[in-house]
Design a protein around this ligand. Sequence first.
Ligand code: AMP
Length: 283
Amino acid sequence: MKLFTSVQDIVVYVKNVKKNGKTIGFVPTMGSLHEGHLSLVRAAANECDLVIVSVFVNKKQFCAGEDFDKYPRNLENDRKLLESENVDILFTPSNTEMYSDGFGAYVEVDDKLTNCLCGAARPGHFKGVTTVVAKLFNICQPDVSYFGQKDAQQAVVIKRMVCDLNFSTGIRVLPIIRDDDGLAMSSRNVYLSKNERVQALSLNKALCTAREMIKQGEVQSSRICQSIKQILMLEKDVKIDYIAVVDNNNLQPVEIVKANTLIAVAAFVGNTRLIDNVVVDGK
Ligand code: AMP
């Protein structure tokens, strides 16, 4: 596995790869890798000639008061995991390598997609995400880029950016990988105490209940939200940020569940903000 920390060096390398007609699969991450990340890496390896993984904790997508400083960083372990997956290139730029003095150009996607759901509580988060992902696309020149459904809103926002700004990469969004007990894997799960981790299971439990209600014929979003709320409120350390039932293409609320409806929740469990979601088709 080749390691790059310099933008200039990886750009030169990628140019050569492209010249040889090889396809590049790209997996952007913030590191502290788990099976969710690795599922993206494996898909990239299956579908492309060469896999690039980036590990970069992007300060610009953290809001004031969020966990940038304490975000879990474990580069040595990440490197080992990626090596064992036969990843070709690991790109780990520093903050100054990505954002040099005088940096002042940003990529923003419409408010309609970025101010709702997670964007409501995290102003500027998606501007940070789209800016870094646009930079990484320009640097790595992927043919296909891989994202997780875990970050459902991010996937919608990135697809919009790629379509509207004519990036040449394809976008693949892959299913949420969960621990055996159903908790969606997240680098932030390490923050949870034993007791909080048990309470965190309520997110998946509530979403499974919602899916079951829909299977049984429920179509009213308000009733589905109410059931999710009731389940989450049983846990004393769970504080709901939002419960949303929206169109999975444009993130606009839907009153009646239909095909490709995203049911998404965000909640603090203790001090840890977790997200989870399910996509249903109203049948
Ligand atoms: P992050 O390191 O949290 O920025 O995540 C990097 C990529 O991994 C994003 O596309 C995430 O959606 C994806 N990802 C994170 N957790 C999971 C998971 N549990 N299942 C599938 N993909 C995930």
